[in-house]
Design a protein around this ligand. Sequence first.
Ligand code: GLN
Length: 483
Amino acid sequence: MHNKSIMALGAGLRAGDFSSVELTRAFLDRIAQYDGELNCFITLDPERALTSAAAADRLIRSGKAGPLAGIPIAHKDIFCTDGVKTSCGSRMLDNFIAPYDATVVSRLSEAGTVMLGKTNMDEFAMGSSNETSYYGVVRNPWDSSLVPGGSSGGSAASVAARLCVAATGTDTGGSIRQPAALCGITGLKPTYGRVSRYGMIAFASSLDQGGALTRSAEDAAVMLQAMAGFDHRDSTSAQEPVPDYSENLNAPLTGLKIGLPKEYFNEGLDGEVARSVELAVDEYRRLGAEAMEISLPNSELSVATYYVVAPAECSSNLSRFDGVRFGYRCQEPKDLEDLYKRSRSEGFGAEVKRRILIGTYALSAGYYDAYYLKAQQIRHLISDDFRRAFDKVDVIMGPTSPTTAFAIGEKADDPVTMYLSDIYTIAANLAGLPGISIPVRPVAGKPVGLQIIGNYFQEAKLLNVAHRLQQESDWHRALPTGY
Ligand code: GLN
């Protein structure tokens, strides 16, 4: 049961082959069996899950249920969930019970999904390995000595190990696509503004975007359908109409123009990962697509640009955690200043503090023009590169990550090396473009992700391109041994 698609499970539920309560119990049992080792979940709420499963069963019996009714999913612990702890992977919010649901959460629950729990993540979504979480590292189900990627590491590992059918995630610089790649699953980061950020704890507001981690592109289409759309509570939410994401999954790819940016196949890329990407592109050629080399000349500046913009925005966003209104408060503060200082020093971990320091510095008087403004200008150049590329091609392909999953601890003390694991994903965030990572040929038993970037609001095209490969190959069906 745990290895079935949303469509297949939905059909089984509607046919009465099993109930959502049974399905939910099966996943809760798997979590009990495997999560001690994997550490995917920060919070589990079996009672609540079974109550909503029973409600979903009633909805299904009434004949009014949509495709997600009764499907057990998990939410990244960055999404506020009414009455349930929402920690954002931080000691700062270890005691925070959200008083409302994020729009993503309310839309998915209106669609009838069952929330199993909240998944582990890098603290405030800052990281690429899930090692910065206050709740400890998540282990990669393909090899428990390896990281699952981050920051949506708990979501990715739980989908890969089939501890839930699908999970939500957020992507500021790669945090959906990179862990999806390292865990061998499908990860979709929509266009900036496609999915509401309301109730999604802010890291870098001009980059953050919610999306889905799933077994397949077909499942991602169903998840996005429920999540996407205008929300008046998010001022950057797009008014753009929401198409039917499942309708054109099988559209033929004849004549599809694929751009391969030469900057994405540089010396930092592992040779075998490059080979896996080339093999996937060959498969697309067989499906009728045409691939050509393109150039995104400013993409080499994307990591440096991101590490000014993202910390600057985070230093501002995280100033609300001051020990006064909510979150962690230090013991017996001497005065107000001591309260601020100690609550923040004790509540935040090292990586978060590093970002706040960098961001505050970059925004300070005298440095703003040299750093933040300059970074915003380069951001424009990066977007222009993509605009020019999309005049010539329909989609851009390349690796999601330069290597397969690395060992736990390997990069933890070397922030710059860690930052480079997002070298191919960050540019799409700076430009606000949608991207998807899908599993292709593994290397030495470790998953590899192919990244497909599309033009604005072309999620349906990305899903179509991803789905066609998944019709021709079995990489996305592979299960880590033991699960
Ligand atoms: N790894 C990147 C960072 O540490 C991206 C994180 C994200 O997308 N949330 O900032």
